[in-house]
Design a protein around this ligand. Sequence first.
Ligand SMILES: [Zn+2]
Length: 43
Amino acid sequence: MARGDYYEDGELSKDRCPRCEDAFLADHSDRQHCGRCGYTEWK
Ligand SMILES: [Zn+2]
């Protein structure tokens, strides 16, 4: 899927972005990504 870097694709992760606090992180295979600020948390 080319447009995977969006926080509302598929299932929402339970983890929230530490920067936005009210935004969820999208759960990818190797990382979690915030579609709002671009925060990425590598697994
Ligand atoms: Zn964020």
